[in-house]
Design a protein around this ligand. Structure first.
Ligand code: PHE
Ligand code: NA
Length: 456
């Protein structure tokens, strides 16, 4: 079987960017920056981007391109070369991707529901009670009610599955690439329109001031640096099989360095757009409610489904800006979900020599069934638990192991030679220094920190 291939360079970049840009850019990054020194956070963030993000992306693109497989095949081929068995590392990463696939879709489902509510702001004035009690049915439920199935949560999840599996079933070019070419430009336009309106709202600029005002006293804090590195690995979708699978479909002649720089820069640029959008709205909200901004700021799920709906209630033309915001979240989420599913599907295709449709049926079918566990009263509890473990431990562990194995067992200089031969501009020795010393050291420190925090 001939391996599938991207149709165009821009198609590949949009797909990679579609994976990288996700819910995290909109609801994780702004809060991280705000929490960790505001404007001063950009220094560790840029440092992490250059010392870890870009080299890691170049490394994964090179490996996928050279070894032509999903993660298990890539690591097994690499290992054979040196008489080592490494396929397990690939499966470990695929497992992480599979776990993310089933809970990420639950959040996309909520965003689809809220897109629906946003046309009439049917979440009412008490958005906190609406989200937690009415929508998620948490209330003061007894533990025995945790397993109660909620069709109104399951239905939008099924819609998300239908869209993302369709892209996986139809394949790299006609499915994933085409979807990315529609979704990514759409996402950028929607967010630009939102920003264009939001920054002119009263109070918006004070919100941005809060986000960008540097608090240099935090810059020596190790917590800030680990937040920056953690965010970079998470936001770029590196270290868990995704970028390996996507780059295995690159044509022979591909400019690896350039593709990697573009993917990283577009993603990180979009994060700043996300920050402007969120803090603009929060600043407006603070002004309207005559509260200090610090009382309005929230993060994660609370931000997207409680605070933002409350802010939308206050906006001029909420029936336009509200749907735009939630539609942007839906699109960002779906394109990331497609990439997670592809990482798993391509691994199954490689291993079992199955045609795409069969592998996709296995992955999407079982994923759909398992994900229904999140359409219950206990869904949020389960989600929080898994999400914490994945983001704080599994992902970092996977990146750390990958780095150690690749840079200490193999000649990482070979990877640099390989990508430089393919690329218009070449990268220097900093690539090896970052991957051998700086990134593993930072990852190691963060991992230990998180483990200690988890135990405590
Ligand atoms: N990079 C994504 C983001 O920033 C995170 C992600 C991608 C999570 C793919 C899961 C799957 O939101
Ligand atoms: Na991202």
């Amino acid at each position: 079987m001939q391996r599938e291939q991207w149709n165009s360079r821009i198609g590949f970049i949009l797909a990679a960017v579609g994976s990288a840009i996700g819910l995290g850019n909109i609801w994780r990054f702004p809060y991280m920056a705000y929490e960790n020194g505001g404007g001063a956070f950009f220094i560790p963030y840029l440092f992490a981007m250059i010392s870890a993000g870009i080299p890691f992306m170049i490394m994964e693109f090179s490996l996928g391109h050279k070894l032509r497989g999903a993660a298990p095949k890539v690591f097994s081929r690499l290992g054979i070369h040196y008489g080592l068995r490494l396929e397990w590392l690939g499966w470990f990463q695929v497992l992480i991707a599979a776990v993310i696939a089933v809970y990420y879709v639950a959040i996309i489902g909520w965003t689809i529901s809220f897109l629906g509510f946003s046309f009439t702001q049917s979440w009412g004035t008490d958005t906190n009670a609406f989200f937690f009690n009415e929508y998620l049915q948490l209330g003061d439920n007894s533990p025995t009610s945790l397993g109660v199935f909620q069709p109104h949560i399951a239905l939008p999840m099924a819609i998300a599955w239908a869209i993302t599996s369709l892209a996986i079933f139809t394949g790299v070019r006609r499915g994933i690439e085409r979807a990315s070419k529609i979704m990514m430009p759409l996402l950028f336009i929607m967010v630009l329109v939102l920003i264009g309106r939001i920054v002119f709202l009263p109070g918006a600029l004070e919100g941005l001031n809060y986000l960008f005002q540097p608090d240099f006293s935090k810059i020596l804090d190790t917590k800030v640096w680990s937040a920056a590195y953690g965010q970079i690995f998470f936001t770029l979708s590196v270290g868990f099989a995704i970028m390996l699978a996507y780059s295995s479909y690159l044509p022979e002649k591909s400019d690896i360095n350039n593709n990697a720089f573009m993917t990283v820069l577009i993603n990180c640029g979009f994060s700043i757009m996300g920050g402007i959008m969120i803090f603009g709205v929060l600043g407006y909200m603070a002004q309207e409610q005559a509260k200090p901004l610090t009382e309005v700021v929230t993060s994660g799920v609370g931000l997207a489904f409680v605070t933002i709906p409350a802010a939308i209630n206050l906006l001029p033309a909420p029936y336009i800006l509200g749907p735009l915001f939630f539609f942007a979240l839906v699109v960002a989420g779906l394109s990331s979900h497609i990439s997670i599913l592809e990482a798993v599907t391509s691994a199954i295709m490689d291993k079992l020599h199955l045609p795409r449709k069969k592998a996709a049926a296995i992955v999407c079918g079982s994923g759909f069934i398992i994900s229904m566990a999140f359409a219950t009263n206990g869904g949020l509890l389960l989600l929080d638990l898994i999400d914490y473990f994945i983001n704080n431990i599994a992902l970092l562990f996977s990146c750390f192991i990958e780095l150690i194995i690749l840079t200490w067992l193999f000649k990482i200089a070979d990877i640099r030679d390989y990508s430089n031969r393919l690329s218009e501009f070449t990268i220097g020795i900093w690539f090896e220094l970052c991957l051998r010393f700086i990134s593993p050291a930072m990852l190691g420190i963060i991992l230990v920190r998180n483990l200690v925090n988890t135990i405590n």
